[in-house]
Design a protein around this ligand. Structure first.
Ligand SMILES: [Cu+2]
Length: 154
């Protein structure tokens, strides 16, 4: 805004009072639009950060029918954190929005490849022991790009 005022003063000094001049109005208008855009981008970043590592999202559980839909995409699991009861059997419906991914929990011997879009594959698993387990995608580069999650069994 400081720059805009400076520019206005200079313009006024050079060309006389440009009160209500469309040029000035247009410039201020586009500056406002620019600021609005910057604000929206900052807001988007802040909202996006909530889903990141800083704040843990509410963990997902299986529905009343024991099923749970998980979407795999580059590079995230949606949802990315889960909570189950020990002894609970969950029917996972896994799909990928893009290339192949895996739903892998090494400590539980889970290693499911999820390849085709719009064709969820169904995998059933019983979580026997309590603990916190790391979910990863083993496609090279995906884990490093943030395709990780957490499964808590309690
Ligand atoms: Cu992946």
């Amino acid at each position: 805004m400081g720059a805009a005022l400076y520019w206005r003063r200079r313009t006024r000094a050079r060309n006389g009072p440009p009160k209500g001049s469309p040029i000035v109005t247009g410039t201020i208008g586009s500056l406002r639009r620019g600021l609005l855009l910057v604000s929206l981008v900052l807001l988007g970043t802040a909202v996006g950060a909530c889903g990141g590592d800083g704040i843990t999202p509410t963990p997902a559980s299986a529905g009343d029918d024991g099923t749970l839909v998980v979407v795999n995409r580059s590079y995230a699991f949606e949802p990315r954190s889960f909570v189950f009861e020990a002894g609970e059997t969950v029917e996972f419906h896994l799909s990928s929005t893009d290339g192949p991914h895996t739903f892998t929990v090494r400590d539980l011997d889970i290693d499911w490849v999820v390849a085709k879009e719009d064709e969820p594959q169904v995998q059933t698993f019983t979580f026997e022991r309590a603990g916190t387990f790391k979910l990863i995608c083993t496609i090279p580069g995906h884990q490093g790009s943030g395709m990780v999650g957490t499964i808590e069994v309690r």
